[in-house]
Design a binder for this molecule. Structure first.
Ligand code: PEP
Length: 252
């Protein structure tokens, strides 16, 4: 059985005190995780060690960073390496978020390097893929996403792939209030799984967790997560409100 995950990406929001309050509200919201279900919280870098302390007594709740450097160590002012993240107890790292691709020009090839560094340090990448609106309008989203997978993941072997989570995030649905329909999400997730099966085999494809991201909220999470190939969600805006995030987790 593959893991089901709800991950909250805080992006560049909240002070430390607000973040502590949010984590405390989430853990006291009465969430009961079934076997194979996980919650992942991705605060900004400076709060990682503190959030790790706050979640340490809650099995099933894990810590993610929102990015890591594409180099191992050295003179890269302002960067944070995968080894540093591992040293403060980070479990997952979000890589290839569309905001990183768009505002910081991250390429599929750079992401392949970051994935290798994360894996080498025992951190599981949550690899984001997804198409912009013009690609969706041209109905070439499958080719677009296939290329992202090929250029960032296909150099791995099946054993390494076991530590990868994929998040399908159509860019036109991120932070816009527009959500992909459950059918659009299911179609793309099934397509991604079929590509993984072609490259890594059926067992790898059946085992990989594929999250949906893009304006997921309590009112649509249940329908999205009910689709056969949707294994949970990567949540932006709604992860900043404890009651909403808890309600989405309960929809798993
Ligand atoms: C995201 O940034 O990964 C995301 C899905 O954001 P939102 O839920 O706000 O659309």
């Amino acid at each position: 059985m593959r893991k089901k995950i709800v991950a909250g990406n805080w992006k560049m929001n909240l002070t430390l005190a607000q973040g502590e309050q949010l984590v405390n509200d989430i853990v006291s919201a009465g969430i009961k995780l079934a076997e194979g279900q996980e919650v992942v919280i991705a605060p900004p870098f400076p709060y990682l060690a503190r959030v790790k302390q706050l979640i340490r007594n809650y099995p099933g709740i894990y810590l993610a960073a929102q990015n890591c450097a594409g180099e191992k160590s050295g003179a890269f002012t302002g960067e944070v390496s995968a080894e540093m993240l591992a040293s403060v107890g980070v479990d997952y790292v979000i890589l290839g978020h569309s905001e990183r691709r768009e505002y910081f020009s991250e390429t599929n090839a750079q992401l392949a390097k970051k994935i290798d560094l994360a894996l080498a340090n025992g951190i599981k990448p949550i690899f984001c893929c997804g198409e912009p609106l013009e690609i969706r309008k041209a109905e070439t989203q499958n080719e677009f996403v296939a290329r992202q997978l090929e250029e960032s993941l296909y150099h791995l072997d099946a054993a390494a792939l076991k530590n990868i989570v994929i998040a399908y995030e159509p860019i036109w649905a991120i932070g816009t209030g527009l959500t992909a329909s459950a059918q659009q999400a299911q179609d793309m997730h099934a397509f991604i799984r079929s590509r993984i099966a072609e490259k890594f085999g059926r067992e790898a494809a059946l085992g990989i967790t594929i999250l949906y991201g893009g304006s997921a909220k309590p009112s649509n999470a249940g329908e999205l997560f009910a689709s056969a190939d949707v294994d949970g969600g990567l949540i932006g805006g709604a992860s900043l409100v404890a009651a909403d995030f808890a309600a989405i987790i309960k929809s798993l």
